[in-house]
Ligand binder design. Structure first.
Ligand code: SAM
Length: 321
């Protein structure tokens, strides 16, 4: 079992399989980066799988594939199947923009994928075009339908932004509620790469909009999930992710791996250690030692918020958000 210095069990690994994305979301990657990580620096799926085995053997129980856009990486289903065949009880999930999901959902499900989180920031084609800088909405919604049809469990993420999609908070919630998709509103997180003009919305503003329409009760946190949950009178539950608070750090159970093999103990810290060399040399003990050291040094809480708060300069598309 992996236990950090604050007695938290770390059993959740998020794996960013590519930093590349087919969207240019204003809050994440508004422009193509000056250069992508060279292909030769990326770990192959076989190499990533070697590390998945180490992590699973050390106690990881949940693996989430993310990016960039994970569906851009060829043969993703084969990677999922390798993990599933090694440990079928692994909770295998993926975060995706769903653009390419229509043609791939069945293959991914068959390979062992259980759940997906999809970014649904708007239901208006013109706003989707404004946010992603590409006409994406039709494909995204068809991708969501297909995922549900093949039996993947679906959750949605929305990043509410003033003057962009703030007027759609209720509509997106209703879209999700009708389909029994749980929605999480993510407070926009300041970062060095996002478009400068973005004005995010904090939890009290979101709750004010939601409480004008619905009655709900505060359920607090649930297990290790970063969401602050609220349950409506009819039982539907939505969540708000409030990174500027650090309540969820107390129960944080996650670490992150980038496509280059950097193992990151906390989304908001720039510190990382590489497992690439050990894995490429077949040094499994070395990779396990790096994993344990990263867990040991996992910080107590993120550095955001507060007077001396600082924003990570690492891009969300590198770490997987
Ligand atoms: N391409 C996939 C997608 O669209 O979901 C996975 C990668 S994306 C980086 C993962 C998550 O990070 C998405 O839910 C996205 O909304 C969130 N995200 C990215 N930048 C963010 C920001 N500045 N503030 C809040 N959430 C952000």
């Amino acid at each position: 079992m992996l236990i950090d210095s604050y007695d938290r069990v770390v059993d959740y690994l998020r794996v960013s399989v590519t930093e590349r994305c087919n969207f240019r979301c204003t809050y994440c990657m508004p422009e193509k980066p000056f250069s992508w990580v060279p292909k030769e620096n990326l770990l192959t799926f076989e190499e990533l799988f070697e590390f998945m085995k180490v992590a699973i053997d050390e106690g990881v129980k949940k693996i989430r594939i993310t990016g960039g856009e994970p569906l851009l990486r060829e043969d993703l289903d084969k990677f999922l199947r390798m993990i599933y065949d090694y440990e079928p009880s692994i909770d295998l999930a993926m975060t995706t923009n769903a653009y390419l999901l229509k043609g791939t959902a069945q293959k991914l499900k068959d390979a062992g994928l259980k759940r997906i989180n999809v970014s649904i920031d708007t239901l208006k084609p013109e706003i989707a075009l404004k946010i992603a800088q590409k006409d994406v909405l039709k494909n995204v919604l068809e991708g969501v339908d297909e995922a549900m049809r093949v039996g993947l469990k679906v959750k949605a993420n929305m990043v509410p932004m003033k003057t962009v999609n703030a007027d759609e908070i209720i509509d997106v919630l209703e879209y999700c509620k009708e389909r029994n998709i749980s929605i999480r509103f993510i407070e926009y997180m300041e970062n060095a790469y996002a478009a400068k003009e973005i004005q995010g919305m904090k939890s009290p503003e979101l709750l004010a909009i939601l409480s004008a329409k619905y009655k709900f009760k505060d359920d607090g946190f649930d297990g290790s999930s970063p969401s602050h949950y609220y349950t409506m009178e009819d039982g539907y539950r939505f969540g708000i992710i409030e990174p500027y608070e650090d309540d969820f750090c107390k129960k944080c159970n996650r670490i992150r791996l980038t496509a280059e093999g950097k193992l990151i103990p906390c989304l908001y810290f720039d510190e990382a250690m590489s497992i690439a060399e050990s894995i490429k040399e077949g040094d499994i003990k070395g990779a396990a030692a790096v994993l344990k050291e990263v867990v040991r040094t996992k910080p107590e809480k993120n550095r955001w918020g507060g007077d001396d708060g600082e924003a990570s300069t690492r891009a969300f598309y590198e770490t997987g958000g």
